[in-house]
Write a new protein. Structure first.
Length: 166
């Protein structure tokens, strides 16, 4: 079993206490952030590289903490709107949980019926992590600076290991 905690800092835009919420996620993970990217689709290459490095073929779980589900198109090239679609297609045994307080929409409205039918059994959403969800083996953070207020971004980044290079 290999689990990823994927945190997009835009998730904290609507949190009452973003730093406290971020701390609680990192405390649950009980491990440091492995890497930081600016655009969400950049996590795919990093995930693949690290999974190959330890000799696995795929992750089993991805906790996607984000204001958006990132399943808004089916384009062949990964972009900020479709990173979860690419992860689910690339790793057919992987489950994704979209951790979100108030979903603004559903992937079902963006994807073709056939794609949603294939992916939806492995996709869930909700304000809490599913019971027995495994702790992460890898933690990635996406800064999304175009979508996060600078003050919040600075506060959240200050909580990450100071020696992490990105």
């Amino acid at each position: 079993m290999y689990s990823i905690l994927d945190i997009d800092l835009d998730y904290f835009n609507t949190c009452e206490n973003p730093v406290q919420r971020f701390d609680s996620l990192l405390n649950w993970a009980n491990r440091p952030v492995d890497f930081i990217v600016e655009k969400h689709y950049e996590v795919l290459k990093q995930w693949q590289k690290r999974i190959r490095k330890i000799g696995l073929s795929s992750p089993t779980h991805i906790m996607h903490v984000d204001e958006h589900h990132d399943m808004m198109d089916e384009q062949a090239v990964p972009n900020i709107a479709n990173v979860v679609v690419h992860a689910l297609r690339r790793w057919p045994q992987c489950r994704v949980h979209w951790l979100v307080e108030d979903p603004i929409d559903s992937p079902e409205m963006w994807l073709s019926d056939s794609t949603w039918e294939k992916l939806s059994p492995r996709f869930s959403k909700g304000a809490h992590k599913p019971r027995n969800w495994p702790k992460p083996n890898l933690v990635s953070v996406c800064t999304s600076p175009d979508f996060v207020a600078k003050a919040i971004l600075d506060q959240l980044l200050a909580k990450i290991e100071p020696n992490l290079s990105w």
